[in-house]
Design a protein around this ligand. Structure first.
Ligand code: F6P
Length: 498
């Protein structure tokens, strides 16, 4: 495949950010868009119209349009596993059959939610959601962001095999009135199975007569859940084509639907569907997930930035960063193309970040004066729904001030007090934090990851890189593999008495 477009991007001379603004009074208007309650401003990145043209040519060259059509038509966009990627069908945007199946399964989930609310499981005051990776990061983000305080139940999340995690997860729950949700796409994940069995023991020890009867399983592998002792009537299924890190739109979020109400869950899906329509039907020049991917690639490919920082200026979005770490790094942290050839260029940057304003007092020194240029994304909420409007105002002012400072810099004769400036950032300003807008935001990030993958030529929907460590842990647990174990690992095992 010719790589003319990459060459044009590489040859393009970058202007300083202040020059870009000085040379174009309409820059903010042309380099920002509002979609589904999300205002995305990429004017403080180094993208200019020449670069946008070059990236659009790259999208043409990499057949981005057909790849996107295939995603929404249920085509095999995950070739290494021979599958479609059906998360878009969960919100009504995919191929007709997948959309219908997802809707049928959603009705089952709703019926179960209604039954629980109607008292079919007796009094319920708590939900213990057990899952790991994509089977927990999304639901926990949603419950955290949209209001634990508004939740009708005490919702607790347990993922790690760390025994202290279990103790913490159950400390506010009453075993007599708690339902356990075991979420696992494969229902083979060792941490989830071990925690599920420990939770069942906890119920039994507390005198619950039928502890298995208090468990709801959510999985793409119902036979494995039956094998684990869960009755079919309490198994909620989702499709094999829905990747773990893309699964929060499915029954994996049953705890969210219980905590926040069914309407909130539906609104989340509608917000995502609105972003789907935007991504699917907008031209490149208006398409915010695609443009965000252009900016990502500008920094990873042209400026060789190895990381990107994401800073929500709202504590309710504190779990956005770990969520996005899995979404982008598990999707695009690859070294070979979908066809198995070396990709030959950097792929996913390391996603990291923190919550503003706390992060300003901890890691922003490096953003302003460190040697690495790190593209930063600020995520803030315009509407104040707090009882402290001045705090909210200060929060927003701080977010905006940081973007301005990174770009503007400040010269000084004293090198210690000098800021180089010209440091890029983008800002996402949500009208408000509600299920619809959050759904659109998460779908925005999903599509941005997909667009990055298509332009890099990698398959974002597999994750074989996580398997080897699991396999060795299994071997060690079974007392195998000692013979070919390296001396350092063997010494660690001995020292820990394993
Ligand atoms: O080990 C990585 C991974 O497979 C993720 O891709 C996935 O989200 C997580 O583990 C949990 O997997 P499961 O939902 O099958 O338990």
């Amino acid at each position: 495949m010719p790589d003319n477009a990459w060459k044009a991007i590489e040859d393009h001379e970058l202007k300083q950010l202040d020059e870009l603004f000085a040379g174009d009074p309409g820059r903010v208007g042309r380099f920002s868009r509002e979609v589904a309650g999300i205002y995305f401003d990429w004017s403080k990145t180094h993208l200019d119209s020449g670069l946008l043209d070059a990236f659009e040519a790259l999208a043409q060259e990499k057949a981005f349009g057909p790849a996107r059509d295939a995603l929404f038509a249920g085509g095999i966009v995950n070739p290494t596993e021979g599958r479609p990627a059906e998360h878009v069908a969960e919100r009504g945007s995919g191929g007709a059959d997948a959309v219908q199946l997802a809707a049928e399964r959603r009705s089952r989930t709703r019926a179960l939610v209604d039954a629980i609310e109607g008292g079919a499981f007796g009094p319920v005051t708590g939900i213990l959601h057990i899952g790991i990776g994509g089977s927990v990061l999304g639901p926990e983000l949603l419950v955290d962001a949209l209001g634990r305080s508004e939740s009708k139940f005490t919702v607790s999340f347990l993922s790690n095999i760390d025994p202290h995690a279990l103790t913490q997860a159950i400390e506010d729950l009453d075993p007599a009135t708690t339902l356990v949700v075991g979420a696992s796409k494969t229902f083979t994940t060792s941490e989830t199975l071990a925690n599920l069995s420990a939770a069942i023991d906890w119920l039994r020890r507390a005198g619950v007569a039928d502890p298995y009867g208090r468990v709801i399983a959510v999985t793409a592998a119902p036979a494995a859940a039956v094998e684990a002792g869960i009755d079919e009537s309490r198994i909620l299924q989702f499709s094999e084509g829905v990747g773990g890190r893309y699964s929060l739109w499915s029954a994996v979020s049953v705890a969210v639907a219980l905590a926040l109400g069914w309407n909130a869950f539906e609104e989340l899906l509608e917000g995502a569907a609105e972003m789907d329509r935007h991504f699917r039907f907008s031209d490149a020049a208006d398409n915010i997930p695609l443009i965000a991917a252009f900016a990502d690639l500008l920094y990873t490919q042209k400026l060789k930035c190895g990381t990107r920082g994401i800073f929500p200026y709202d504590g309710r979005l504190r779990l956005l960063v770990p969520y996005l770490q899995q979404l982008d790094m598990e999707s695009n942290g690859k070294s070979v193309t979908a066809a198995g050839k070396p990709v030959g260029r950097p792929t996913a940057p390391i996603t990291w970040g923190g919550v503003g304003t706390d992060a300003q007092h901890a890691v922003f020194q490096l953003l302003h004066q460190g040697t690495a240029v790190i593209p930063v994304e600020f995520v803030a909420i315009a509407e104040d729904d707090s009882a402290l409007p001045d705090h909210h105002r200060q929060l927003l002012l701080n977010a905006f001030a940081q973007g301005a400072a990174l770009m503007r810099g400040s010269a000084s004769d004293d090198p210690h007090r000098s800021y180089a400036g010209n440091r890029p950032s983008s800002t996402i300003l949500l009208d408000r934090l509600d299920p619809r807008t959050l759904g659109a935001l998460i779908a925005f990030y999903e599509h941005r990851t997909f667009a990055n993958a298509v332009l890099l030529g990698v398959n974002p929907f597999d994750q074989f890189g996580v398997e080897l460590g699991k396999q060795i842990a299994r071997q060690l647990a079974e007392g195998e593999g000692g013979g070919d174990l390296d001396p350092s690992t063997r010494a660690l095992m001995e020292r820990a008495g394993l």
